[in-house]
Design a protein around this ligand. Structure first.
Ligand code: DC
Length: 225
């Protein structure tokens, strides 16, 4: 059993890198951002405005009416909300912003904490998020903090959204990236911060393959895999 924690800001390439490394290492990839996105989507669909004043109502909604399942189909994570596969719906641009807001609520973080820990307790995983190395799996075998300059992250995010048919501008996305960085690093509960024992990987000047092979080798060396 091995638990690998990967954290970092939005658009650093964390998810795609972690997914590919997990595939090469033959272990499970868990995207915790998708779980926050699913909670946000559920609030939006139930017309509950995501704001601190509504924390109790949101907690009640999630605890009483949301059945959130993470399943793996051919090694690919699917997010199931009350029986419906929402894996695509949670990738919409608006859901990302809502996820940032919902993730600032301590009750929501508590709601997801046990789910995330129990997946890691039962499997060898690469788990990616914001607080995996600091809060969820403080005893992870390996911790990696993946980042890149904001402009580089905004451009990657922009390319991704445009490829999916979203009508956005690069300027808009850079504003969003900076706003989400601010939200994620300044919230009181589990802010995004590099764990003291995490290894920093800056992908600004690396392409996808360079990053994946570098991170995979790092894991193989440190984890003696
Ligand atoms: O990685 P992502 O963009 O899919 O994450 C969506 C939001 O969820 C992001 O704004 C930060 C938040 N998040 C978090 O607070 N903690 C995690 N472990 C994962 C994501």
């Amino acid at each position: 059993m091995i638990n690998i924690a990967i954290d970092g800001p939005v658009g650093a390439g964390k998810s795609s890198v972690a997914r590919e490394c997990a595939k090469r290492l033959g272990i499970i990839y868990v995207d915790t951002g998708a779980m926050y996105r699913a909670c946000a989507l559920f609030c939006l669909r139930n017309n509950v405005e995501i704001k601190p004043e509504n924390e109790a109502a949101i907690s009640e909604l999630l605890n009483s009416r949301l059945n959130l399942e993470i399943t793996l189909v051919d090694g690919v994570q699917h997010v199931i909300v009350n029986g419906e596969d929402v894996s695509d719906a949670i990738r919409e641009h608006g859901v990302g912003m809502a996820a940032s807001a919902v993730s600032a609520l301590p009750e929501v973080r508590r709601f997801l904490l046990d789910k995330q820990r129990s997946i890691a307790a039962a499997n060898s995983v690469i788990m990616d998020g914001r607080d995996i190395g600091t809060v969820i799996l403080p005893n992870a075998d390996i911790k990696i903090f993946i980042t890149a300059r904001p402009e580089v992250r905004a451009k990657r995010r922009y390319d991704e959204l445009v490829a999916k048919g979203n009508n956005v501008t690069l300027g808009e996305i850079l504003v969003d990236v900076n706003r989400r960085d601010y939200n994620d690093t300044h919230r009181k509960e589990s802010p995004l911060v590099q764990a003291e024992d995490a290894i920093l990987v800056d992908t600004s000047d690396l392409d996808f393959e360079q990053t994946v092979s570098g991170v995979t080798e790092l894991i193989q060396q440190l984890g003696k895999m």
